[in-house]
Design a protein. Structure first.
Length: 194
């Protein structure tokens, strides 16, 4: 096992344990941060990919989707098939359901979107480097493959609890980075090639 893979495994274990201790109030604070950011920075209608449903992460599907639709934005949720994430348009609770891993997934009737149609992707993860934008996911590589898609032009934003900010997040060449990290107290723009 390479040093990077071992370091990722150790950090994942630490972060998963800390995520289990996150409260609903802490997640609600991050939802408020997302709404405030979007209110201040999105002047036109955007097509926004959201996520939610796993322990400790903000549930953008349940709590941010209503705000998006009320403010004229389109929302997408990713369907998982063949180790690939495919965005599908969602509008309300009739359009999503719990997937096998517990995260929200779009219902089969939701129309598929091209990755290039997304303006913003809210990217989940376990740890993020405020310096480089390096991201530690849950280990499946789904978001790395999605964000590396040549058609992907979306802004890559994440919501993070303060403990998820780690100076040294192990990253390999295929690992994709985020462009903006929002926490309860800060808006951080990492330097991707630092």
């Amino acid at each position: 096992m390479s040093d990077s893979i071992a370091a990722k495994a150790a950090l994942r274990a630490t972060m998963r344990a800390r995520m289990r201790a996150v409260t609903e109030d802490e997640c609600a604070t991050l939802i408020s941060v997302a709404q405030k950011y979007a209110s201040e920075h999105w002047s036109t209608s955007m097509t926004v990919a959201i996520y939610g449903g796993l322990r400790g992460e903000p549930d953008l599907v349940t709590h941010f989707l209503p705000w998006l639709t009320q403010n004229g934005h389109r929302a997408a949720l990713f369907a998982v098939a063949d180790e690939k994430l495919t965005p599908r348009l969602i509008r309300d609770a009739a359009d999503y359901e719990r997937g096998i891993l517990g995260a929200w997934e779009p219902a089969a009737h939701c129309p598929e979107l091209a990755v290039g149609a997304l303006d913003v992707i809210w990217v989940p993860g376990l740890a993020f480097s405020p310096k480089t934008g390096a991201r530690l996911g849950r280990g499946g590589g789904y978001y790395d493959r999605l964000l590396a898609d040549p058609g992907c032009r979306a802004r890559k934003i994440t919501l993070a609890h303060a403990f998820q900010l780690q100076e040294d997040v192990p990253a390999e060449a295929h690992d994709q980075r985020v462009e903006l990290i929002l926490t309860a107290d800060a808006c951080l723009t990492p330097h991707a090639h630092a």
